[in-house]
Design a protein around this ligand. Structure first.
Ligand code: FEO
Length: 183
Protein backbone atom coordinates (compact mmCIF):
# COMPACT_ATOMS: atom_id res chain seq x y z
CA UNK A 1 0.00 0.00 0.00
CA UNK A 2 1.31 3.42 -0.90
CA UNK A 3 1.17 5.65 2.19
CA UNK A 4 3.00 8.58 0.57
CA UNK A 5 0.69 11.62 0.39
CA UNK A 6 3.15 13.93 -1.41
CA UNK A 7 3.87 14.00 -5.12
CA UNK A 8 7.46 13.36 -6.15
CA UNK A 9 7.90 16.96 -7.35
CA UNK A 10 6.38 18.57 -4.26
CA UNK A 11 8.40 16.29 -1.98
CA UNK A 12 11.60 17.34 -3.79
CA UNK A 13 10.69 21.04 -3.41
CA UNK A 14 9.86 20.66 0.29
CA UNK A 15 13.16 18.87 0.88
CA UNK A 16 14.97 21.68 -0.97
CA UNK A 17 13.24 24.28 1.21
CA UNK A 18 14.21 22.32 4.33
CA UNK A 19 17.88 22.75 3.33
CA UNK A 20 17.28 26.43 2.52
CA UNK A 21 16.03 26.99 6.08
CA UNK A 22 19.14 25.22 7.42
CA UNK A 23 21.24 27.48 5.19
CA UNK A 24 19.42 30.55 6.57
CA UNK A 25 20.28 29.35 10.07
CA UNK A 26 23.98 29.10 9.13
CA UNK A 27 23.86 32.63 7.68
CA UNK A 28 22.42 34.04 10.92
CA UNK A 29 25.01 32.07 12.93
CA UNK A 30 27.78 33.53 10.83
CA UNK A 31 26.48 37.12 11.09
CA UNK A 32 25.90 36.69 14.83
CA UNK A 33 29.49 35.53 15.32
CA UNK A 34 30.70 38.51 13.29
CA UNK A 35 28.60 40.90 15.43
CA UNK A 36 29.90 39.40 18.64
CA UNK A 37 33.51 39.65 17.52
CA UNK A 38 32.90 43.33 16.62
CA UNK A 39 31.64 43.94 20.18
CA UNK A 40 27.91 44.17 19.32
CA UNK A 41 26.58 41.80 21.94
CA UNK A 42 22.93 42.80 21.58
CA UNK A 43 22.95 42.40 17.80
CA UNK A 44 24.72 39.07 18.19
CA UNK A 45 22.09 37.93 20.69
CA UNK A 46 19.30 38.91 18.29
CA UNK A 47 20.97 37.07 15.38
CA UNK A 48 21.76 33.97 17.44
CA UNK A 49 18.07 33.80 18.45
CA UNK A 50 17.15 34.11 14.81
CA UNK A 51 19.52 31.31 13.82
CA UNK A 52 17.53 29.12 16.20
CA UNK A 53 14.25 30.24 14.60
CA UNK A 54 15.52 29.20 11.19
CA UNK A 55 16.50 25.84 12.60
CA UNK A 56 12.91 25.51 13.85
CA UNK A 57 11.68 26.30 10.33
CA UNK A 58 13.90 23.54 8.99
CA UNK A 59 12.38 21.11 11.49
CA UNK A 60 8.85 22.11 10.50
CA UNK A 61 9.58 21.10 6.88
CA UNK A 62 11.27 17.89 7.99
CA UNK A 63 8.37 16.91 10.25
CA UNK A 64 5.80 17.78 7.59
CA UNK A 65 7.48 15.58 4.96
CA UNK A 66 7.55 12.67 7.44
CA UNK A 67 3.96 13.32 8.53
CA UNK A 68 2.81 12.97 4.92
CA UNK A 69 4.54 9.59 4.63
CA UNK A 70 7.25 10.85 2.28
CA UNK A 71 11.02 10.64 2.36
CA UNK A 72 13.27 13.23 3.99
CA UNK A 73 16.55 13.84 2.21
CA UNK A 74 19.14 15.56 4.39
CA UNK A 75 21.68 17.24 2.16
CA UNK A 76 24.82 19.38 2.50
CA UNK A 77 24.25 22.95 3.65
CA UNK A 78 26.04 25.57 1.50
CA UNK A 79 28.52 27.87 3.27
CA UNK A 80 27.24 31.29 4.34
CA UNK A 81 28.33 34.33 2.29
CA UNK A 82 31.10 36.73 3.34
CA UNK A 83 30.88 38.61 6.62
CA UNK A 84 29.07 41.96 6.60
CA UNK A 85 31.18 45.13 6.39
CA UNK A 86 29.19 46.92 9.11
CA UNK A 87 25.88 47.04 10.98
CA UNK A 88 23.93 48.55 8.09
CA UNK A 89 25.38 46.06 5.61
CA UNK A 90 24.54 43.25 8.04
CA UNK A 91 20.83 44.15 8.14
CA UNK A 92 20.68 44.88 4.42
CA UNK A 93 21.99 41.36 3.88
CA UNK A 94 19.46 39.98 6.40
CA UNK A 95 16.64 41.75 4.54
CA UNK A 96 17.83 40.46 1.15
CA UNK A 97 18.09 36.95 2.57
CA UNK A 98 14.50 37.09 3.84
CA UNK A 99 13.19 38.41 0.51
CA UNK A 100 14.91 35.54 -1.26
CA UNK A 101 13.37 33.06 1.16
CA UNK A 102 9.92 34.57 0.64
CA UNK A 103 10.35 34.05 -3.10
CA UNK A 104 10.96 30.32 -2.55
CA UNK A 105 8.04 29.99 -0.14
CA UNK A 106 5.73 31.64 -2.71
CA UNK A 107 6.96 29.20 -5.37
CA UNK A 108 6.07 26.32 -3.07
CA UNK A 109 2.61 27.80 -2.42
CA UNK A 110 2.07 28.09 -6.18
CA UNK A 111 3.23 24.54 -6.75
CA UNK A 112 0.93 23.14 -4.05
CA UNK A 113 -1.96 25.17 -5.51
CA UNK A 114 -1.33 23.86 -9.01
CA UNK A 115 -1.17 20.29 -7.71
CA UNK A 116 -4.32 20.90 -5.63
CA UNK A 117 -2.46 19.58 -2.59
CA UNK A 118 -4.51 21.53 -0.07
CA UNK A 119 -2.82 19.98 2.99
CA UNK A 120 0.54 21.33 1.83
CA UNK A 121 -1.00 24.63 0.76
CA UNK A 122 -2.45 24.98 4.27
CA UNK A 123 0.85 24.01 5.93
CA UNK A 124 2.64 26.69 3.91
CA UNK A 125 0.34 29.51 5.01
CA UNK A 126 2.19 29.59 8.35
CA UNK A 127 5.37 30.37 6.40
CA UNK A 128 3.69 33.08 4.30
CA UNK A 129 2.81 34.92 7.52
CA UNK A 130 6.21 34.22 9.04
CA UNK A 131 7.97 35.69 6.00
CA UNK A 132 5.89 38.88 6.22
CA UNK A 133 6.91 39.13 9.88
CA UNK A 134 10.58 38.55 9.15
CA UNK A 135 10.68 41.06 6.30
CA UNK A 136 8.87 43.62 8.49
CA UNK A 137 11.30 43.05 11.34
CA UNK A 138 14.34 43.51 9.08
CA UNK A 139 12.78 46.59 7.49
CA UNK A 140 12.05 48.12 10.92
CA UNK A 141 15.68 47.57 11.90
CA UNK A 142 16.93 49.15 8.69
CA UNK A 143 14.73 52.18 9.44
CA UNK A 144 16.28 52.46 12.92
CA UNK A 145 19.79 52.26 11.45
CA UNK A 146 18.92 54.86 8.80
CA UNK A 147 17.68 57.28 11.47
CA UNK A 148 20.88 56.64 13.42
CA UNK A 149 22.92 57.74 10.37
CA UNK A 150 23.17 54.59 8.24
CA UNK A 151 26.74 53.54 7.45
CA UNK A 152 27.91 56.77 9.15
CA UNK A 153 26.00 56.09 12.40
CA UNK A 154 27.87 57.35 15.46
CA UNK A 155 29.24 55.08 18.16
CA UNK A 156 26.58 56.38 20.55
CA UNK A 157 23.65 55.51 18.28
CA UNK A 158 25.10 52.09 17.47
CA UNK A 159 25.51 51.48 21.19
CA UNK A 160 21.82 52.28 21.68
CA UNK A 161 20.71 50.04 18.77
CA UNK A 162 22.88 47.23 20.09
CA UNK A 163 21.33 47.60 23.55
CA UNK A 164 17.77 47.63 22.12
CA UNK A 165 18.27 44.52 20.05
CA UNK A 166 19.19 42.39 23.04
CA UNK A 167 15.61 42.60 24.35
CA UNK A 168 13.83 43.09 21.05
CA UNK A 169 11.00 40.60 20.45
CA UNK A 170 11.65 38.01 17.73
CA UNK A 171 8.40 38.80 15.92
CA UNK A 172 7.21 42.03 14.34
CA UNK A 173 3.66 43.29 14.81
CA UNK A 174 1.78 42.92 11.53
CA UNK A 175 -0.76 45.24 9.94
CA UNK A 176 -3.67 42.87 10.56
CA UNK A 177 -3.27 43.23 14.34
CA UNK A 178 -3.44 47.05 14.18
CA UNK A 179 -6.46 49.28 14.69
CA UNK A 180 -7.27 52.98 14.38
CA UNK A 181 -6.93 53.31 18.16
CA UNK A 182 -3.69 51.33 18.24
CA UNK A 183 -1.84 52.05 14.99
FE1 FEO B 1 12.81 30.73 7.66
FE2 FEO B 1 13.82 33.70 7.85
O1 FEO B 1 12.88 32.41 6.98
Amino acid sequence: MNTNRLSETLCASLNKQMTKEAHASQIYLSYASWADSEGYEGIANFLFRHAQEERNHMMKFLEYILERGAKVKVEAIPAPPDEPSGVQDCFEKVFAQEIDNTKWIYKLVKQSFEEEDWATWHFLQWFVKEQTEEETLALNLLDKIKIAGGSKASGDSLYKIDKDLKDMPDDAELAETKTAAKP
